[in-house]
Design a protein around this ligand. Structure first.
Ligand SMILES: Nc1ncnc2c1ncn2[C@@H]1O[C@H](COP(=O)(O)OP(=O)(O)OP(=O)(O)O)[C@@H](O)[C@H]1O
Ligand SMILES: [Mg+2]
Length: 208
């Protein structure tokens, strides 16, 4: 169920994006394989945390808890369809990083990157409109990942090759109007460390 739901959605978006049928078939196979890989690593090996949020506020708070763990050089890759909660989650991260609630965080769909100063630099990127960008702009993007700030990237699955080895991946599924399924996994030693930290706050909440 999980695989076919995710698969259908992504296959849908890639069908409109790519042209040749051979390319489409390869894309479909790769997406299904990546889903199976994610499922195995995430759930069977218990390397991921899974949450259901029931409101905007709960998604915001989850983002804030991760944000509080991030330090310069960390990267969070957000993956999920339109309106699944990526920007809202990013607003939560911004709060956790120490930005005040008065700071307006909007999806940088046209500018690709928004930059904020919260004692350290916070880059909010959105790769939704990645297709059709010139090579020059694309080359500029990866420099943000090495710039030593905290990077949060929406639609990170649009350019998997750019993702650093150490990262947190957050996957969003829309369950219904108010509920989101949010799976958080850590890649690389630093990604795992952040997940362990987050697990710790789960326990604190459970015991309080
Ligand atoms: N539990 C929930 N968590 C997050 N958002 C929710 C939830 N329930 C309802 N919503 C609504 O879903 C929408 C999420 O919008 P948001 O801009 O965060 O999505 P997005 O994934 O960034 O979309 P896009 O891909 O267009 O940038 C908001 O309108 C929000 O009010
Ligand atoms: Mg968004």
């Amino acid at each position: 169920m999980f695989i076919s739901l995710r698969g259908n959605k992504y296959i849908g978006s890639y069908f409109t994006a790519s042209s040749g049928s051979r390319e489409k078939n390869i894309t479909i196979i790769l997406l299904i394989l990546s889903d199976i890989y994610f499922l195995k690593i995430c759930y069977l090996e218990e390397k991921c945390l899974k949450y259901i949020t029931n409101s905007d506020k709960e998604t915001l708070e989850l983002g804030e808890r991760i944000g509080a763990y991030l330090r310069s050089g960390d990267m969070v890759a957000l993956i999920g369809g339109l309106g699944s909660g990526k920007t809202l989650f990013t607003k939560g991260i911004a709060l956790g990083l120490g930005l005040g609630p008065e700071t307006i965080i909007t999806s940088p769909s046209f500018t690709l990157v928004n930059e904020y100063d919260c004692g350290r630099v916070f880059y909010h990127m959105d790769l939704y409109r990645l297709e059709g960008l010139s090579d020059m702009l694309l080359t500029g993007l990866d420099e943000y990942l090495d710039a030593g700030g905290v990077v949060v990237m929406e639609w990170a699955d649009r350019w998997p090759a750019i993702l650093p080895e150490n990262r947190v991946e957050v996957r969003f599924e829309i369950l219904d109007e108010q509920r989101r399924d949010i799976s958080i996994s850590g890649e690389g030693p630093r990604g795992m460390e952040i997940i362990e930290g987050l697990k710790g706050t789960d326990q604190l909440i459970a015991h309080s």
